[in-house]
Design a binder for this molecule. Structure first.
Ligand code: KIV
Ligand code: NA
Length: 274
């Protein structure tokens, strides 16, 4: 299959072909998902999933750069989108452009950033520099303190109106797509209807132009932290534990390694040593 491009996503939205997006944070996982998805997101969820933080707030540009480089080295054919972490696009525009441009120089095709109307100047500045931007509205994890927790957004009239307005402003500012997270399904559908660009839902109902999930959530690798919007497609934790458990038993019983996993000493060398 040919590499996925931004114009292809726009065309698929027009045709009604749903866009499949998933996160990946390193080369091995990127190789696993690349043949099956359209868009790979190096999310700042790397902070929770891989780095052990409770929120995405401690994730830095250095951390994002490190993981984007790892994923980019797998040369995915899926479109590679990189999250801009907290404070990397809030301070001033030159800083924002340098941070986003650095992600593109490391192999990302686009950046994603959280927020509505307040982020329009940043989006405009990036798009003017040929840096494609995916927006992200609703339950934006970088806003956890302002939201008072990870809570569904847009459930009141004013909040729902503001989300619709923010979505239109982000499209006008030049976003090529929009992630909608943690909002009522009907609002996800209404925003998708109101826009010409594709929406990617996560906890935003079935009427978005595509869907995204955190890879480790859908693979069942993180037992005990499942949000309502996650569907676990495989008991990854159980399957991998079973494999590890068999390895540990084999080592303890002297069954690993066996002849097949061992190197033979050449006959002549054995004779010389005897
Ligand atoms: O960081 C992330 O994984 C995300 C997606 C879940 C949208 O932003
Ligand atoms: Na994110």
């Amino acid at each position: 299959a040919p590499p996925v491009t931004i114009p292809m996503l726009q065309a698929w939205r027009a045709e009604g072909r749903r866009i499949v997006m998933v996160t990946a944070y390193d080369a091995a996982m990127a190789r696993l998902v690349d043949p099956l998805v359209d868009v790979i997101l190096v999310g700042d969820s790397v902070g929770n999933v891989c780095l052990g933080f409770d929120t995405t707030l401690p994730v830095s540009m250095a951390m994002m750069n490190h993981h984007v480089e790892a994923v980019a080295r797998s040369r995915p054919r899926a479109l590679l989108v990189a999250d801009m972490p907290f404070l990397s696009f809030h301070l001033d525009l030159p800083d924002t452009i340098r941070n986003a441009g650095g992600l593109l120089q490391r192999g990302a095709a686009a950046v994603k950033l959280e927020g509505g109307a307040a982020r329009v100047p940043a989006v405009r500045a990036l798009v003017e520099c040929e840096i494609p931007v995916m927006g992200h509205l609703g339950l934006t994890p970088q806003s956890v303190n302002a939201m008072g927790g990870f809570k569904v957004q847009g459930r009141a009239v004013e909040a729902a109106r503001r989300l619709l307005d923010d979505a239109k402003r982000l499209e006008d500012a030049g976003c090529f797509s929009l992630v909608l997270e943690g909002i009522p399904a009907e609002l996800g559908g209404r925003i998708t209807q109101a826009l010409g660009i594709p929406t990617i839902g996560i906890g935003a109902g079935p009427d978005c132009s595509g869907q995204v999930l955190v890879l480790h959530d859908l693979l069942g690798l993180l037992p005990g932290r499942k949000a309502k919007f996650v569907r676990t497609y495989v008991d990854g934790y159980g399957l991998l534990q079973a494999g590890l458990s068999a390895y540990a038993e084999d080592v303890r019983a002297g069954r690993f390694p066996g002849p097949a996993e061992s190197y033979a000493l050449p006959e002549a060398v054995r004779a010389a040593l005897d």
